[in-house]
Design a protein around this ligand. Structure first.
Ligand SMILES: O=C(O)C(=O)[C@H](O)CO
Ligand SMILES: [Mg+2]
Length: 274
């Protein structure tokens, strides 16, 4: 049975952020992920996890100035010191929340980037990821990289699966892994099951959504039952993050998860029974 995690940056946004943990547990989730924890003290997040008996599965490193349009620091030449601070800060939260994965977003290429600029980003990316993986290994954590589609995020440095695999190989750190988001892969490349099979040994985390609208996985052009079946036959033991925007209410849209172990209110009943 696959293990589903709720992405609290996209699901349960009907609730204030700290209330989304209980909402996820009530819907039957045992794990949560989200973009960024940094607006909250680690202890407040830890309490929210503990009160709802949830695992913290994943979050992202500080991404630079998100509101100004930045989307990560890992490949940005000249921002290495900031990237290193971001690693230290993310690992401080990861340790406090007992979280075993952090995602290092690559950042954007300038619109007019030529081959020289691309090469500089690539070299910076490798050096920064080497540093991040080394630091993360000291606290038993994985660093993840995720190809993101350039329709949603124009200019994102890491957009293809083969590019990610080449980066993993070049860095060669055991705890540097692939965050395989099937939504992005479908938009850019398709051929999902073959990608899954080829990359299986490098995968540290999986995320899902329907395509093209990024709604529930039972809407759109991806047939997730076939994907889940293949994941199980491959013996995937990690988490599958539900990183989609509900078409309506989050709870109303979760019917698809019932056959994948999401039993609404079961966890709350267990909790209230002590
Ligand atoms: O957008 C995604 O798919 C992600 O997983 C990133 O963490 C944030 O952009
Ligand atoms: Mg993703």
């Amino acid at each position: 049975m696959i293990r589903l995690a709720a992405n609290l940056s996209m699901l349960f946004t009907e609730h204030a952020f700290l209330d989304r943990f209980a909402a996820a547990a009530d819907a039957g989730f045992h794990g949560v992920e989200y973009l960024f924890p940094y607006a909250h003290e680690p202890m407040a997040l830890k309490a929210a996890l503990q009160e709802s008996d949830l695992r913290q599965v994943l979050f992202n490193l500080p991404p630079g100035d998100w509101d100004a349009g930045e989307r990560g620091l890992a490949s940005l030449p000249g921002r290495e010191a900031e990237f290193r601070d971001a690693v230290v800060e993310a690992l401080r939260y990861a340790e406090a929340l007992d979280c075993q994965r952090v995602h290092a977003m690559a950042g954007l290429l300038p619109a007019d980037a030529d081959a020289v600029v691309r090469a500089a980003h690539h070299a910076t990316y490798l050096n920064n990821l080497r540093f991040a993986a080394n630091e993360a290994a000291k606290v038993g954590c994985q660093v993840l990289i995720e190809p993101i589609n350039t329709r949603d995020m124009p200019g994102y440095f890491l957009s293809r699966q083969a590019q990610a695999m080449a980066v993993l190989e070049a860095v060669g750190a055991d705890n540097l892994r692939l965050q395989f988001d099937l939504y992005h892969c479908q938009v850019m490349e398709g051929d999902l099951i073959r990608h899954l099979e080829r990359q299986f040994g490098a995968i540290g985390h999986i995320q899902i959504a329907g395509v093209p609208q990024r709604h529930e996985p039972d809407r759109g052009e991806i047939h997730y039952p076939a994907i889940f079946e293949r994941l199980e036959s491959l013996g995937y033991a990690g988490w599958v993050g539900c990183e989609y925007r509900p078409a309506g209410g989050t709870r109303q849209g979760l019917e698809w998860g019932r056959e994948h172990g999401l039993t609404p209110d079961a966890a709350r009943n267990t909790r209230s029974n002590g």
